[in-house]
Design a protein around this ligand. Structure first.
Ligand code: GLP
Length: 249
């Protein structure tokens, strides 16, 4: 069931999502979090950073990662998560995983390497299972309805795997790079099936640019052409959106 909470702005949404994470971590100091990147979850992470909470035993798994950036690239999702989450909340970096963080991401995508990336994706899927699954997954949504990097056309049951990014997503994310040509063409992403196995999904979206994607995800037909619509198949979803993102509901 999807509970939709409409709030005035991203700050209030971040506080609400942070309340849910705080509640979880106080109840279970060894909770497993699913982390999203992009600009949407930043108010949540910043609100959490202002609270007196012990994250030292919390495990975390990122949703996705680019393929082909050099190690330590400031826009790699590993670097973003280290900067915005690990350092500010005091997580143990060894307890935080990002797809492909076992050393296969910094090379180009061809032939045998593709097999190595797929193997890394399988290991990531198993690592989530071994950790007991994700308790609470934070999700943003792309303007084209993608969640994680599951672009339109992703199978609803998909596991963690290598995907090509669409031109629109690369253009949307070009603001973090010098130009769109520097945005990688591939990624490893948790699949829609992986996301559905998390026990609680917290979907955040702000601004008019997300209004169509939010309406399609929450009220449209469940379809692989709208990856975000898988949330309708999940028993426990909280969508926290501002009025602009809710305007087409
Ligand atoms: C990115 C990420 C997604 C994110 C989405 C929205 O491409 N891979 O996980 O939810 O696009 O990004 P933003 O929050 O910056 O709008």
């Amino acid at each position: 069931m999807t509970e939709v909470v409409i709030v005035e702005d991203a700050e209030v949404a971040g506080r609400l999502a942070a309340d849910m994470i705080e509640h979880l971590v106080r109840r279970n100091p060894c909770a497993v979090l699913g982390l999203a990147t992009g600009s949407t979850p930043l108010t949540t992470y910043r609100s959490l950073a202002q609270r007196d909470l012990d994250f030292s035993r919390v495990r975390a798994f990122a949703l996705d990662e680019y393929v082909g950036l050099e190690p330590g690239h400031p826009q790699s999702y590993r670097a973003v998560i280290d900067r915005e989450v690990v350092a500010t909340l005091g997580l143990d970096p060894a307890m935080v995983r990002v797809p492909g963080d076992d050393g296969v991401l910094d090379a180009a995508l061809d032939g045998p390497l593709e097999a190595a990336l797929e193997a890394a994706a399988d290991r990531y899927e198993r690592a989530i299972e071994t950790a007991g699954g994700i308790d609470l997954q934070i999700l943003g949504i792309g303007a084209n309805g993608h969640i994680g990097f599951n672009e339109p056309g992703s199978s609803l049951a998909s596991p963690t795997r290598v995907k090509a990014l669409t031109r629109q997503t690369r253009e949307d994310n070009a603001r973090f790079f010098a130009s769109v040509d520097e945005v990688p063409r591939h990624c490893i992403t948790q699949g829609l099936g992986t996301i559905l196995r998390a026990r609680h999904l917290v979907l955040l979206a702000f601004g008019d640019r997300k209004a169509d994607a939010v309406a399609a995800a929450i009220e449209g037909a469940v379809s692989s052409s709208t990856p975000g619509s898988v949330v309708q198949l999940h028993p426990r979803v909280t969508a926290i959106v501002d009025e602009a993102a809710a305007s087409r509901l």
